[in-house]
Design a protein around this ligand. Structure first.
Ligand code: NAG
Ligand code: NAG
Ligand code: NAG
Ligand code: NAG
Ligand code: NAG
Ligand code: NAG
Ligand code: NAG
Length: 305
């Protein structure tokens, strides 16, 4: 996991802030985390499962493999199933890290590293909310489905804790009804969000912090911060001038696979019908690392703990 085109954006933000903001050091007692391990779905995909087509990753000048965005995304790494990622991480720990560190240093390395977890969004967008999806999950009440996904997440966080992970950054579910794939049928040509769909993810967002606090209370040394993706997207849509992202409703790609992408990608919130652009992800990363988007502490504070 520590291989490939590692987490460039997140790391860039980290390095940028560490290099440019000496005062943060004193303020938060910040130190650079030894490693950033990233687990998750296509929102943090580094380009392993994609159409063989240049429109994804277009702003990377073919320097790295494309991903589900125009450029770098929230975390930037490889999209395997979460469990496969755990297997690879475990292998990295046993095959590689044990040769680099003695036992004591390995514990310290794992304890100080940051684990970026992207979970749940694909469970909602590709299973639960898919109109044609006929699986049993789609029939569950929103509260029941939320509980199911949260249990799956809790289980995997516990495994990662067992493998030495201590500091976790976890997302909640963004307002699905605002993604172009769902808002397109709405009045006003898709500028409004599908509020019914937005409501469906709220039980998950409401229960996520409790679940994480429970882990923090029961697993020794476990620390988390949760990003409020839901509020982030709504804020972006309300404050377009401040962020310079002026098109928060349409998709930069008019057709996911074949059409040329829009030219002004820096002004779009959505790159395709589901995924956000590099411009939006950069604002997100800054706000979670150094702002108030992530709570109960931002990533700087988490790293300094
Ligand atoms: C990080 O946040 C602190 C406190 O709000 C601020 O002074 C500093 O400029 C921020 N640094 C960056 C790089 O945004
Ligand atoms: C891609 O090329 C453009 C124009 O040369 C440059 O401004 C940009 O920084 C490059 N992007 C990357 C990721 O190398
Ligand atoms: C990690 O790998 C070790 C050694 O191969 C194995 O004993 C252990 O069950 C694995 N743990 C997980 C969670 O995969
Ligand atoms: C990790 O260990 C495996 C097995 O020994 C090896 O094939 C691989 O090249 C190592 N990876 C790194 C990055 O050192
Ligand atoms: C969904 O399930 C129903 C009843 O089980 C069936 O009649 C229908 O054809 C299925 N739809 C799809 C798209 O598979
Ligand atoms: C946003 O982008 C879409 C797709 O390119 C376009 O149809 C729409 O008119 C744009 N909206 C605004 C407000 O620019
Ligand atoms: C705790 C948390 O993240 N709650 C979010 C869940 O979704 C609502 C939408 O109603 C957001 O406003 C909350 O911030």
């Amino acid at each position: 996991m520590a291989g490939s085109k590692l987490q460039q954006l997140a790391l860039l933000v980290l390095i940028y802030v560490f290099l440019t903001d000496a005062s943060a050091n004193a303020q938060y007692n910040v130190k650079l985390a030894p490693a950033l391990y990233i687990f998750g779905d296509s929102t943090v995909d580094g380009g392993n499962r994609l159409p063989p087509n240049g429109v994804y990753g277009i702003d990377l000048n073919s320097t790295v493999r494309p991903r589900w965005s125009n450029g770098l995304n929230i975390a930037d790494f490889n999209c395997w199933s979460f469990d496969q990622q755990i297997v690879y991480f475990n292998r990295t720990v046993f095959d590689n890290l044990t040769t680099l560190f003695n036992n004591e240093d390995l514990i310290k390395h794992s304890r100080d590293s940051v684990f970026l977890i992207s979970f749940g969004i694909n469970d909602y967008s590709f299973n639960y909310l898919r109109p044609t999806y006929n699986g049993s999950l789609a029939k569950l009440e929103p509260e029941v489905f939320a509980k199911y996904v949260l249990n799956e997440l809790s289980f995997r966080l516990t495994i990662l804790h067992g493998l030495g992970g201590r500091k976790f950054v976890v997302n909640n579910i963004w307002p699905m009804g605002c993604t172009p794939g769902f808002s397109i049928g709405q009045p006003d040509g898709g500028s409004c969000c599908d509020e019914k769909i937005n409501q469906l993810v709220i039980p998950y967002n409401n229960s996520l912090p409790q679940m994480l606090m429970k882990l923090e209370a029961t697993l020794p040394g476990f620390l988390f911060t949760a990003s409020d993706d839901f509020q982030f997207i709504l804020d972006l849509k309300m404050n377009t001038a401040q962020y310079g992202i002026t098109n928060t409703t349409g998709s930069c790609l008019s057709n996911t696979y074949w059409a040329a992408p829009c030219r002004d990608r820096g002004q779009y919130l959505y790159y395709d019908s589901v995924h956000t652009t590099q411009a939006a992800d950069f604002i997100y990363a800054l706000n979670c690392f150094n702002g108030t988007l992530c709570s109960p502490r931002n990533v700087f504070k988490l790293v300094g703990m």
